[in-house]
Design a protein. Sequence first.
Length: 264
Amino acid sequence: MANRLQDKVALVFGAGSIGPGWGNGKATAVAYAREGARVVAVDLSLEAARETQNLIQQEGGHSLALAADVTQSQQIQMVVNQTLAAHGRIDVLHNNVGMAHLGGPIEMSETLWNDSMQLNIGSVFLTTKHVLPVMLQQHSGAIINISSIASIRWLGTAYISYSAAKAAINQFTQAIALQYARNGIRANAILPGMMDTPTARASLVSQFADDADLVRRRNAMCPTGIMGDAWDIAHASVFLASEEARYITGVLLPVDGGMTCKVS
């Protein structure tokens, strides 16, 4: 199926990738464009955002690349203003920014805890704060927040701030979904499981002997025997952003190959 997002404007925060390969945000931005959306690709690194923009344009799609620090309210407002200036509306808000900092409550510094909260859940608050007025005026919009199964399960790795922040995203999403359900605005969260992405490898490789050991052991943890990848998240995001999901809101959707069904 194609053109499910024809002429929609998708604002994707975290649309770049921290390294070679496909991150969740990059793949989702490209997937939105393939379905006809005009994509505003936002990343802390303008170079990363432009890489995504170039991929979209090479396929004949439409994209605008912008840089912003999602922990800074004024920068997010500027992105929203630039998006409206270019396209006049925002139909999809996609929040993909996040980072897992290792450590439990004893090992983690208070500074790192606060920084992690500001990045992982604070960014979702700020982007939603600035985009919601636009969607209210339109009486339409879809918000998709990327959470994690770490928000509902212990996965064997201590990253307490990440787990707590992602759990907060879950409740934030459901609260927004219900508060604005009668305003034509939907909000859903995707909970990725074990995903093979540049960010996952960069965040977790120190816990393994090497990159190959990381892949082997994480694959073994999955019921399917293999990790998912960024396209699994992208395809779920396209569905939730499309009119096919018009009656779906407040959902926390695991995309995890069945991992959250396991007892242990």
